[in-house]
Design a protein around this ligand. Structure first.
Ligand code: ARG
Length: 290
């Protein structure tokens, strides 16, 4: 059974701006309404994960650390090994200690096996910038706006897996998970304008044309590439009807959740979760879940 980490949204807010989507003014205009909507949205996502057969572990909210609701940025997790993130922006660096202690507790309970820190001087923002592709047996790794190029060698060495570096070309698509999503059938849903030419060549060399699903400007801006895929189910923010139709044609079942309060912070379904039971080799019990 798939296992995800999520964070209680009790102290979520949009009060600073470290990516171009963040709208502190819109949040301030209706704090109570926005927080109530965020709690409902987070609950909706959790319910959708459970309905898809997953279990969810929660991290407690912490005042003053609103982006704690995006645990995809906390760490890269594979085969029970946890590589803790180091955040680029001071606004998020306070999250590091909280996630370290959450992972230490998970280690004691045997949910994960070991936890490692990133060497000094490097930035890496977790599973948001290192996406495991089970079928291809590699990490797709974004770098540039947040994770530093040098951190990718650490990901490669620690997990002993191939890492394909993908340079992100725009501040709007600052984490790989905003513009790239491998699916269980081998397809990749991605947004080409977010990548440099070299990165696009890397993607095209590994993913044949019939498996490349190009997101439109509208799909990407609706944060629909930032999706959670469990077998044939894809959980995402409210989707443009044409994207829904394209994915359904390929045999996927789409579950949409209104995540607009989190889109005000530049995040959606994928980054509000972190998969804890991901393994490099398909597990008998995990095959259905992948
Ligand atoms: N406000 C957060 C930030 O800018 C949003 C993070 C979204 N996470 C993600 N993996 N896309 O850091």
């Amino acid at each position: 059974m798939a296992l995800f980490l999520m964070t209680d949204p009790g102290h979520f807010e949009v009060c600073y701006q470290i990516n171009p989507w963040m709208k502190p003014t819109a949040w301030r205009a209706d704090r109570d309404g926005c927080l109530a909507a965020a709690k409902a949205a987070s609950g909706g996502l959790k319910a959708a994960l459970k309905a898809a057969g997953a279990r969810v572990e929660m991290v407690e909210a912490a005042r003053g650390l609103p982006d704690l609701v995006f645990p995809a940025n906390a760490a890269v997790v594979l085969d029970g090994k946890v590589l803790l993130a180091r955040f680029r922006h001071p606004e998020r660096q306070g999250e590091e200690a909280i996630f370290r202690s959450a992972f230490c507790k998970l280690t004691k309970r045997g949910v994960v096996q070991e936890v490692m820190d990133l060497p000094e001087g490097l930035f890496h923002e977790g599973a948001g910038d290192a996406i495991w592709d089970l079928g291809r047996q590699l990490f797709w790794a974004g770098y540039g706006p947040r994770s530093s190029r040098g951190s990718l060698a650490v990901v490669q060495g620690y997990f002993g897996q191939e890492v394909v570096p993908l340079e992100l070309a725009s501040e709007r698509y600052y984490h790989l998970d905003t513009c790239f999503c491998p699916l269980s059938g081998g397809e990749v849903l991605y947004y080409p304008p977010a990548f440099t030419e070299t990165a696009l060549a890397e993607i095209r060399a590994r993913v044949p044309e019939e498996l490349r699903i190009e997101a439109t400007d509208e799909d990407a801006a609706a944060f629909c590439v930032n999706a959670v895929n469990l077998d044939r189910t894809i959980i995402m923010a409210k989707a443009p009807p044409a994207l829904r139709a394209r994915l359904e044609q390929r045999g996927y079942q789409l579950v949409e959740v209104d995540l607009s309060p989190f889109i005000l912070s530049g995040g959606a379904a994928y980054c509000m979760t972190l998969r804890l039971d991901r393994t490099s080799v398909p597990q008998a019990s995990a095959i259905a879940a992948e």
